[in-house]
Design a protein around this ligand. Structure first.
Ligand SMILES: Nc1nc2c(ncn2[C@@H]2O[C@H](COP(=O)(O)OP(=O)(O)OP(=O)(O)O)[C@@H](O)[C@H]2O)c(=O)[nH]1
Ligand SMILES: [Mg+2]
Ligand SMILES: [Zn+2]
Length: 310
């Protein structure tokens, strides 16, 4: 879909897509296909480039430099073999917001996973926007009430939440307005409806989507690479492949509570100020706030879960 050229003028641009060994770069007026320079390969062992990176290429269309990132959203990459070290996998770089996408149904939403994404976004200092989609599947049922309740809990914490449906069009205008003038990254498990949202917002794209598997109720990993798409209404979206497992990367146990914004006011107020893990310790200010209804028990449970299984 791009008129990619391999011109020989060195330049600088944004990585809009990467496939095995080839990077597609948008320079402002054209797309260039580049590979990594040997020098850059030597300097870094893992893949040094993420979609959203600003890079410089040379006259052989090889990337020689990655400019410092404004931010990056990372997860703990799957360990390739038992005993190997965990590594950082950068999902996207230099974005203005990250949009965790959860289906209201089919498959059923796993709210603890949402907290996992939110904690990662908080630690990366990237504002999240929560999108609960496929609302048409629950409209008029008790599940719809559950979704509305969850949405208001997150709003009470200070998060923005949009409820959408690509079938009825619900929330799409609101979502579009929140995307305006920003680079946003859609993230979530396979089958949540990320690509469908993009197609609904930008019908010309006609990207491939697939039904949920009847056998296991999961998505079929339809989107296979991350890619930036410009929106005619202004702004751009990064569609990402469904994430199988999202482990926290580089978040110290002692900092975890800080990444739950509603817990922040209580951090440092426990009896054991420096050592409190906010679990069973006497005089814990965070547990007290849960008991008194200032912190939702469900979010507190997420906190405890993430401590044990980051
Ligand atoms: N009823 C309903 N179905 C939807 C909606 N949005 C998406 N779907 C369906 O959900 C399925 C998965 O949608 P995709 O857009 O491919 O999901 P994805 O998150 O991009 O999945 P991966 O690319 O595998 O990560 C498709 O069958 C879509 O038609 C919606 O708002 N309502
Ligand atoms: Mg997709
Ligand atoms: Zn405590």
């Amino acid at each position: 879909m791009y008129a990619a050229v391999n011109n020989s003028t060195p330049g600088r641009g944004v990585v809009v897509k990467k496939t095995l060994n080839v990077y597609l770069i948008w320079s402002g007026d054209e797309h260039i296909e580049c590979t990594l320079s040997n020098q850059l390969k030597k300097e870094t062992n893992a893949d040094p480039i993420a979609v959203g990176d600003v890079v410089i290429w040379d006259k052989a269309a090889q990337i020689t430099e990655v400019l410092p990132r404004r931010n990056q959203l990372s997860r703990r990459g799957a360990v390739p073999m038992p005993g190997a070290y965990a590594h950082e996998q950068v999902i996207v770089a230099n974005v203005d917001q990250v949009i965790p996408v959860f289906a209201a149904a089919n498959p059923r939403p796993a709210w603890h996973l949402l907290d996992r994404y939110l904690v990662s976004a908080e630690s990366a200092e990237i504002p999240p926007l929560i999108c609960l989609t496929k609302m048409d599947l629950v409209e008029g049922s008790p599940q719809a009430e559950e979704i509305e309740m969850v949405a208001s809990e997150y709003r009470a914490i200070g998060y923005e939440v949009v409820l959408t449906s690509t079938v009825t069009g619900r929330g799409l205008g609101e979502l579009k307005a929140k995307l305006h003038g920003r680079l946003s990254a859609l993230i979530g498990k396979s089958g949540m409806g990320k690509t469908s949202l993009l197609n609904a917002l930008e019908p010309g794209l006609g990207l491939r989507v697939q039904t949920i598997s009847k056998a296991n109720g999961k998505g079929r990993h339809t989107t296979s690479t991350s890619e930036i798409f410009a929106l005619a209404s202004g702004g751009a979206i990064i569609d990402t492949p469904g994430i199988r497992e999202f482990g926290l990367w580089d978040i110290a146990e002692n900092d975890l509570a800080w990444f739950f914004p509603e817990m922040r006011p209580f951090v440092g107020r426990c009896k054991f100020r420096l050592d409190c893990q906010h679990d069973e310790e006497p005089g814990c200010a965070i547990r007290k706030a849960v008991v008194e209804g200032q912190i939702s028990p469900y979010r507190y449970q997420s906190y405890l879960k993430l401590r044990v299984e980051p």
